[in-house]
Design a protein around this ligand. Structure first.
Ligand SMILES: [Zn+2]
Length: 547
């Protein structure tokens, strides 16, 4: 198959996205393979692309860098960026030495879309979904539904003289939190298009609290839904999240993890539920430097996730997040990027967004509508349309649309994907890397040989990656094995030596005394650590060592 035609600025529906993922693998079958790692409750497979140069070793023997996107349903940019990254690797392997070097040495595992059900709701019904809707319907709660028959599930504003939402007379399309001094206009309750389930005729609820957030369902510091919205019933209760975790634990060679998200642009690192004083000091320093590196490459500000908020807002604590799981349970420098949103596209940078007062935020919403008027094709806003709701009477259905609001504006997408690709490569290059050098075979006569070598970590991270990872017992250190041909026998040394973990630029000398049976004998020295890869050197055992 030839090179697939993919528009990397487009957001694809599930079937088309899967077709593109499979077409990328079919285009370069010696480099790429597709794996199904799990399935959503609605029966959609979660697809993973595995990309490496198999001629230099099987995927599972190389360190693996995991990239996931679209964990949040509305954050479709992650799926497009993941396709861009996958295509970049496959398209440049023959011509770009950096790509060739990476694929010789490591495996990329790329998950373009984790939230397969939710993203379909965003793309088809234009419905805001955090990660996946709950099928649970509570009494007196709106159940999201297309009630006006336009094929979409938009916002619904219900006229209410005491409503918390306001539409000023000079811009009645706005639906914004009311402010002191507001006069005239109309007041509303703002909710989701739908019907109130099992309604007793009294107060009703918005369904926002019942959905799932796949970035709150991880076990480190998990808290139940009444304390952490979207958390799910218990850690890893959601099959898509569990599928990613199962994959990581089935791949102890994973040395890096990176999540693609959309909010106002930023490079994000843990902690999410504490502050830096709660991290290992060396890891906190390394994390700050990695986030600063990402900021330098992308121009996006580096933030600890608990700092990713408006400075005027209450401090945030997020529980059960991916990056804290990746750091605390896997001992990795798990990072995320917020690729950007519409506000960035219309001229609001992150530092400004995070210092806006409520009054300034209202102006920002006016700017969104002005931008929509100039770019009606961008799908940012649906006009409010009157509808006679069977339970609530006259309402209006429409409002801002998640695909347009929560994603990078089309003309900036390729630039953002490319910057993100460069940051991911910079992280992937830093992993631990084993090398064998100073190999010497010294004949003693009588077919006795002393074989020695030095095993070094030539990467930039320890073989356990984070300092915290050194204490995680499921992360193996460096193992050196000797494979012998014929009847080669050990006189001193063993066929397997455990060297423990190696810091960057740390090395260990190791030697053996071997007895060969004839001049054609040889040994192969193999050094391996799950997160640092495998390397080997063949040493012929013959008296003439000059050949
Ligand atoms: Zn997100």
């Amino acid at each position: 198959m030839g090179e697939p035609a993919i528009d990397f600025r487009a957001f694809y529906r599930y079937d088309d996205l899967c077709a593109h993922i499979r077409a990328l693998a079919a285009w370069k079958p010696d480099l790429a393979a597709v794996h199904v790692i799990g399935q959503s409750p609605e029966g959609r497979d979660v697809l993973l692309l595995e990309i490496t140069n198999r001629r230099t070793g099987p995927a599972q023997e190389k360190p693996s860098f995991l990239v996931h996107g679209n964990l949040h349903a509305s954050e479709l940019s992650g799926s497009a960026c993941a396709l861009y990254l996958s295509h970049y690797l496959l398209a440049h392997v023959e011509t770009d030495r950096e790509v060739a070097g990476l694929l010789d040495r490591i495996t990329f595992h790329i998950l373009p879309r984790v939230s397969t059900d939710g993203a379909e709701g965003v793309l088809v019904q234009q419905h805001y979904v955090r990660s996946r809707e709950s099928v649970e319907t509570r009494k007196n709660c709106i159940g999201p539904e297309d009630i006006n028959g336009d094929g979409h599930i938009h916002q619904m504003r219900v006229p209410d003289a005491n409503g918390a939402w306001f539409a000023p007379d000079d811009e009645p399309r706005l639906c914004v939190p009311r402010l002191p001094g507001d006069a005239g206009g109309r007041r509303y309750r703002l909710t989701t298009e739908g019907l109130i389930h099992d309604w007793d005729g009294g107060p009703w609820e918005d369904p926002a609290a019942t959905g799932f957030d796949f970035n709150r369902n991880w076990p480190f510091g998990w808290r139940a839904r009444h304390e952490q919205g979207g958390a799910g019933a218990y850690p890893f209760s959601e099959p898509e999240v569990r599928a990613v975790a199962d994959f990581v634990f089935a791949h102890p060679n994973t040395f890096g993890m990176f999540g693609l998200h959309n909010g106002t642009n930023a490079i994000l690192r843990p902690p999410t539920s504490t502050d830096d004083s709660d991290l290992n000091a060396a890891d906190a320093l390394a994390y700050r430097r990695l986030a600063a590196l990402g900021a330098e490459i992308t121009g996006f500000p580096p933030k600890a996730i608990h700092e990713y908020r408006n400075v005027l807002a209450h401090p945030i604590r997020l529980y059960g997040t991916f990056t804290e799981w990746g750091y605390r349970h896997c001992g990795l420098f798990a990072l995320e990027i917020e690729l950007g949103n519409l506000y960035n596209g219309i001229g609001y940078d992150t530092e400004r967004i995070f210092t806006l007062t409520p009054e300034q935020e209202r102006q920002r919403e006016r700017d969104v509508l002005a931008w929509h008027d100039a770019h009606p094709e961008a799908g940012v806003f649906a006009e409010w349309r009157p509808f006679d709701h069977p339970q609530l009477g006259p309402v209006e259905i429409g409002g801002v649309l998640p695909e347009g609001l929560y994603n990078v504006v089309p003309e900036q997408r390729l630039d953002v994907w490319e910057k993100t690709r460069r940051f991911i490569f910079a992280l992937a290059r830093r992993g631990p890397r084993l090398e064998i050098d100073r190999v010497a075979v010294e004949p003693f006569g009588d077919r006795l040989y002393r074989v020695s070598c030095r095993v070094a970590n030539e990467g930039h991270w320890p073989t356990h990656v984070t300092a915290l990872g050194a204490g995680l017992t499921h992360i193996d250190g460096v193992r050196v094995e000797v494979e012998r041909s014929g009847d080669v026998a050990f006189v001193a040394g063993r066929n397997r030596s455990e060297l423990g973990h190696l810091q960057p630029a740390e090395c260990r000398d190791i030697e053996w005394v071997l007895r060969a049976s004839d001049d054609k004998d040889a040994v192969t020295i193999i050094a391996h650590a799950p997160r640092a890869g495998r390397c080997q050197v063949r040493c012929p055992l013959c008296a003439d060592q000059n050949h």
